[in-house]
Design a protein around this ligand. Sequence first.
Ligand SMILES: *Cc1c(COP(=O)(O)O)cnc(C)c1O
Length: 414
Amino acid sequence: MTTAVPGAPARHSRSGDADAIVARESRHVLQTYKRNPITFVRGQGVRLYDVDGREYLDLLSGIGVASLGHGHPALARAVGEQAQTLIHTSNLFYHPLQGELAERLAELSGLPRAFFCNSGTEAVEACLKFARRYWHTKREPRAEFIALDESFHGRTFGSLSVTSDEHYRAPFEPLVPTVKFVRTNDGAALAATVSRATAAIIAEPVIGEGGIRPLTPEFAAAIRQACARTGALFIADEVQSGLGRTGYPFYFQALGLTPHLVALGKALGGGVPIGAALVGQEVADTVSYGDHGTTYGGNLLACRAALTVLGEIFDRGIAENVKRVAPAFEQRLRAIAAKHPIVKEVRGAGLMWGLELGRDAAPVVPAGLERGVIVNRTAETVVRLLPPYIITEAEALEALGRLDATLGAVGASS
Ligand SMILES: *Cc1c(COP(=O)(O)O)cnc(C)c1O
């Protein structure tokens, strides 16, 4: 038996705590998430620990967010220091960090301006609004957006309107009506659909939620040609694929694309909520005071977190770590996939991978948790892997070993 220290917070050490947490949520939290029955209380690097002290290797990073892993000392220090200094002042005043972060993102992306918000969906909303604003200013009010069949751009009305999945859309219709979807990586379909009525094409350079599907170089060329022919803008949604995840700062760079607008989120704050819309000069020139805004967007805490994350990734060797570990990760993943007949295809880039199964991938998640590895199912049949950028080769091989055992168990029972 342990003795409680007076005044110390209760230590979560028994499963009873987990049950109480689940019971309280089930009474009072709106039931929009079907959670796995695991309660995490602590993290360190690529490892997470649950309320019973069990250890897990995290190949998901809170859906691509914990880019520096968990409990990162520099991020923890920066956020703690900033919280004690100044968290928030609103966008009615200047503070020193927003311009610094915008400048950093401009250097990385080539897009000179940034608008800061709090999530990926808000970044997409901003891009859609700025695209409409551009055509409004040009006195050629184009309304139409072209999006892809497996797209996911977020849950607010505008972003949902360019998201293809009927499951997400149907309960909330009517959505923004001026959206057309084309088949992913079908250049001819894109060419046939984009016209002088198109305000913008929006696409994820690597489709994430829709099953980890990198756009092909041929399709990227079709996007370039369609934009050149019609004047349509191109919005790159790099919320999941951006900021070093694929081994490039942005995957649009790997595809040779030059977007007019880029949406960012997920990895940017390392877990502190922040999103950004990056804006090319031609579009930026059409945006005026008051056109868009947010109370929290780009506050000191969020900007300090993002500056720390970008500094670690691009100045202190983490991008190089992704490039170093990614080939070994891919090689091991392909070797494992080849052993398990339930795996039909392996897709991805850098540290962003999907295993397409010949069946529903849902049972892989609990089977992985039982074996101490965290993965996710997306697009019904895909096992998604988004490990933290700080993962070492040894940790990657250990985690993939657990995934190997998991696929073996799921394959044997199907
Ligand atoms: C996650 C995601 C979004 C939405 O981001 P939220 O922070 O959940 O609003 C948008 N686009 C892509 C590509 C995403 O992966």
